[in-house]
Design a protein around this ligand. Structure first.
Ligand SMILES: [Zn+2]
Length: 153
């Protein structure tokens, strides 16, 4: 955990493959949403499996290699400019939340995949998980526990 030995309030730590980006989350993490939209599919090489946190709860221990791909005026993806790891997604209209690529969280994450969205854009090789709720573009945006997943705004 933290090099100062203090782990109070830390829900999770994580980072990219090379360590250029390291973060900790001091607050709640949302369960994992699989976003199969085409941009997430291409950027991740499969799909975006993202948790999310209040942006105020995410603290960077290192962000020297953090880059942002501004995909649309309102949405952007965070990645490591050295190792290429997909790290974050955020939307301007939900700027208080930061989606975090769940695979970048140090294990065990204690998270559960609960939802798949944009399933109609999933790769043809992917086997959708019949044990979690699955939606196409009409996913329930009003459910706060599912707010701010990766994907198009
Ligand atoms: Zn890296």
């Amino acid at each position: 955990m933290g090099e100062d030995g203090s782990t109070a309030g830390v829900r999770a730590t994580g980072g990219c493959e090379c360590g250029g980006v390291r973060y900790r989350v001091e607050g709640a993490l949302r369960d994992v949403v699989h976003c199969h939209c085409e941009p997430c599919r291409r950027i991740t090489g499969h799909h975006m499996a993202s948790t999310a946190a209040s942006v105020d709860d995410v603290h960077f221990e290192s962000d020297v290699t953090l880059g942002w791909y501004q995909r649309t005026p309102g949405t952007r993806y965070g990645f490591c400019t050295t190792c290429g790891s997909t790290l974050f997604w955020s939307a301007a209209d939900k700027a208080d939340m930061l989606s975090i690529a769940a695979g970048t969280i140090d294990q065990p994450s204690g998270l559960l995949a609960v939802l798949a969205i944009y399933a109609d854009e999933a790769s043809d090789f992917h086997r959708l998980d019949s044990t979690i709720q699955t939606f196409g573009r009409d996913w329930p945006v009003d459910n706060m526990s599912w707010s701010s997943p990766g994907g198009e705004a």
